[in-house]
Structure formats: C-alpha cells, structure tokens
Design a protein around this ligand. Sequence first.
Ligand code: SF4
Length: 331
Amino acid sequence: MKSFAYVSAPDVATALDAITEHPHAKFLGGGTNLVDLMRVGIEAPDTVVDITGLPLTAVAELPGGGVRIGALVRNSVLAAHPLIRARYPVLSQALLAGASGQLRNMATVGGNLLQRTRCMYFYDRAAACNKRTPGSGCDAIGGFTRSHAILGASEHCIATHPSDMAVALAALDAEVEIHSPRGILRIPLLDLHRLPGGTPHIETVLAADELITAVDLPPAPVAAHSRYRKVRDRASYAFALVSVAAALTTEKGTVTGIRLALGGVAAKPWRAFEAERVLLGAPATEESFRRAAEAELAAATPQSENAFKIELAQRTIVATLRQLLTDGSAQ
Ligand code: SF4
C-alpha cells in the first residue's frame, strides 16, 4: 500500500478544508471499500481525511413525516431503527440483505452509496478496465459476465452498482444532502450515480471536494407497505444477481400506489418507472405484474452469460409484488 497522510476531521468545515488542500485526498468513513481498494493499489490517495468523528450519526424525524439519516449512521443501526422499520421496511430489509453483520457494523450510509463496483476485472490489475484506467478497454465484455449489467450499460463498461441500500433509497425518492466549499446542495438520489457512457470512471455527479452529509426520506404512506427481495448465488454475503425494492398499495383490487427499483442490473440503482407507469391504476393481479415487468425489461441488452437476468428480474418483480399483495401489507 502506498503511504499516505492522515487527517482526523472534527467537523464538516475542517473536512472540507483538508480535502481542498489535498487534491488527491479521500474521505474515510467505515473504510469497508476504500481500505480494500487501497490495499490492492486501485485507490492511492496521498491523504486520507477521517470523517468518522463528524456529528452525522443521527436518525431524526422531519416535519411532515419524513426521516433524515446522517451520512455516518452505521448500516446496522439504520436497519434496526424503529422509524425505518415502521415507515420504510424496504430500507431495513435491503440493509440486512447486504454484506455481513461485521461489515454492516462498520459501513456508513454515505460510504454505502459511494462504494465501487465489484466487477472482478476492476479488481484484477492485470485486466483491462476503463473504469480503473480510462481508455484501457474492458475485459469483462466477452469475458465472464454472469454478474454484469443488462440495463444502461455501454460499450465501455458493463459493471453493476453493488449496493442494496441504494436500491431501496431509489424506490423511496430519497434526497442526498451535500456540503462543499461552495455551500449546501440537495439532489435526488436518482441523480447521484451516473451510467457509464464513454466515461465509466466518473461514477457519480459528486466533485472531489463534495461530502455527503445526510439522506432525507420524504413522507410516503406507500412505503409502509414495502419489501426488498434479493436473488444471489449464496444465501448470505453475496452481491445481488437481481434485487427488487417494491412498495404497493391497492384499493378494491386496483393499484393505487407503486414504487419499484431494481438492483444488480445496472451501474446505478434502477428505478423502474416504466413498470410503475403500467401498474398505477391497473388491476392488482399477477397478469398486471408480469406485464409491467416485461415493459421494464424490454430495453435490456444482455451479455453472453447473463441473459438469464432478464427473466430473473421479471420473475423477481412479480414475486415481490405478489408477496406484498398476499401477505396483506399492500392494503
Ligand atoms: Fe472495468 Fe467496467 Fe469493464 Fe468491469 S465492466 S472491466 S468495471 S470497464
């Protein structure tokens, strides 16, 4: 590992000062991804700005019924929080589906959003990877693509975003609060991550001196009737082949509220707007669920080894909505 300077920041202003003074610095939260990447030489900051002492660890009710989550809330704390479990169960379930207990105890909300892909070619420094080394090519294309993207990919990168939490936040219309030397900015979570296009190394809209300080969940009665379903090769400690975050309300057999997002299929959490459009006002039936799932996946472009994800995503959407309907939580 390359040697680096270490700065411990007691407040946001100090953290921003440090990152401004050291253009090749990185913020350190739980370290569950950054430290791994530093060990293998994929990340090599000259300065690490430790932000774990910042006062960003609260989960607080917002006026009107929403919830503000500090960027340094640990994943395990958030998953167990009574407000989250009652109002946004899909978020609690998504967090518990991710990583392991030890990792969830360390990982922070902000870090979870900014974790990098688990594409195996990205981690293999002998492989060509446009994300790691722009312009070097992509050895995943034509290689082992079982876990790669089927939506929103490009000829330059077919990696997926690994977060479960972010998929639930995408379904919940979360907003991200960002501090920088230029002030405070708020953006929809759906605008945080970028699709790869011709610049897969640019993964988010954040500048290097911008720090995520909070995530806000707006009030959403539909969110109380929600679930997260993750399909993976192992029962635990594995990234999603496909995952679905869904919230559903019905009245007299008709869909009155619907939120759907997919994980494991794209370089960002994938909000299923097309499926939502098909479902809103439609009969809450298996046929409608299937029609909506097919509409969402119509644009999918699989690689040589992951065409199965198209059917898997459709079936997982249907199964998640069916479960919400039959267990009574969609009423
Ligand atoms: Fe790199 Fe993306 Fe290709 Fe993986 S899919 S090797 S991350 S460019």
